[in-house]
Design a protein around this ligand. Structure first.
Ligand SMILES: [Mg+2]
Length: 367
């Protein structure tokens, strides 16, 4: 039964532009600025839900303009609807805008933030309360070895245990960067992310070379182009380290394909690729297929990262946590959210919803 109190009164969206501390370079491109979208859903009862869409055009084909246009055309679909039917709404949105995943993810986030505020339950408990914290890795982009060593020293001083190195810029440069990171942070475990930058034989060669230098990586993420599933399988079989599919997986059916092929050990779930409901389905298929779980993000601010932290902590079973992009931003436009203790994000103090809202605006809790 639909309640007037929890009906959507208005849907607002606006550019969320945040400067990066320094340009972020990975195998698929160079980023200078984050151009995300802030979504605000206001209910009849005064509750406000906040969401963030973080499009990354080289990965999901969306940008700020397409997200704003998608939300514009979704407004009439949502007006007057009951936010407590968020799963029904999510299904309708997916039917209408199947390719606009970041726009849908931001909207689902705002809907679920509002719904769980109405329920007076924090999002991690809504997802099942398996845990109330996550421990993130920290990433080092494609930089010169000296800079990588310096970054690694800074990271290890914060108590971080897992460093993710961006690779895919050529074998020699990648090996030099990885060795420099080990020098700077000898106690940290190393993960690699090639963002599709290698062929399968090159990826296996990189792992072999590193093994020769005494480095066995904790995880190798998306070594090959996203559609090269047989290449991914080759690295999984030959690489002798856990291999993660990231750009290859946008939905649960992608996981089914990988499971049938035996092409990956781990899947990286990002809400911006799938949305929240499909993200839960991806996790379910992974569990059934004995594929381990990772959570990551695009270049997201604290609001979206906090939502992903709730998702991973509450659902549980995530062995790899990669939620560090707020550290790349020169500004934090939000209040509340997780409490940071070194690499640990704590959620237990959050009373309802995501618990993170734009600075200078209402938190949007039920009065
Ligand atoms: Mg990745």
């Amino acid at each position: 039964m639909s309640s007037p109190a929890t009906r959507i009164l208005s849907l607002d969206f606006e550019p969320l532009d945040i400067p990066l501390m320094e340009p972020f370079v990975i195998a698929i491109g160079r980023l200078e600025h984050v151009r995300n979208v802030l979504i605000t859903v206001t209910l009849e009862n005064g509750v406000i839900g906040y969401g963030e869409a973080a499009p990354l055009e080289p990965i999901n084909g969306e940008n700020q303009a397409t997200v704003l246009a998608t939300l514009q055309s979704l407004s009439p679909v949502l007006a007057g609807r009951d936010v407590m039917e968020w799963r029904r709404l999510s299904r309708e949105l997916a039917g209408l805008f199947s390719m606009q995943a970041a726009a849908r993810a931001g909207l689902e986030m705002a809907l679920l933030d509002a719904a769980t505020k109405c329920m007076r339950v924090p999002l991690y408990q809504f997802f099942g309360g398996m845990g109330d914290r996550v421990e993130t890795d920290i990433s080092i982009p494609i930089v010169e070895p000296d800079r990588a060593r310096e970054l690694a020293q800074g990271i290890t001083a914060q108590g971080v245990r897992f460093i993710k190195i961006k690779v895919g810029s050529g074998l020699d440069a990648d090996i030099a960067r990885t060795l420099a990171v080990r020098e700077g942070a000898p106690g940290c475990e190393i993960q690699l992310d090639a963002n599709q930058g290698y062929s399968a034989p090159e990826a296996v060669e990189l792992l072999r070379e590193l093994r020769g230098q005494g480095i066995r990586v904790r995880l190798f993420e998306q070594p090959v182009p996203k559609h090269d599933r047989l290449g991914l399988k080759f690295v999984t079989e030959q690489g002798r380290v856990p291999v993660a599919a990231d750009e290859t997986v946008f939905g649960a059916s992608d996981v089914l394909d990988l499971a049938h092929l035996g092409a990956a050990n781990v899947v990286n779930i990002k809400l911006m690729k799938s949305g929240l409901v499909e993200g839960m389905d991806i996790a379910a298929v992974c569990r059934a297929a004995n594929i381990r779980l990772m959570i990551g993000g695009m270049i997201e601010s604290k609001l979206a990262m906090c939502c992903s932290a709730h998702f991973a902590a509450g659902n549980g079973g995530f062995d790899y946590i990669d939620l560090d992009t707020p550290l790349l931003l020169a500004e934090d436009p939000f209040e509340g959210g997780y409490r940071v203790e070194g690499p640990i994000y704590h959620l237990s103090h959050i009373e309802a919803g995501i618990g993170c809202w734009p600075k200078g605006r209402p938190s949007g809790m039920l009065g």
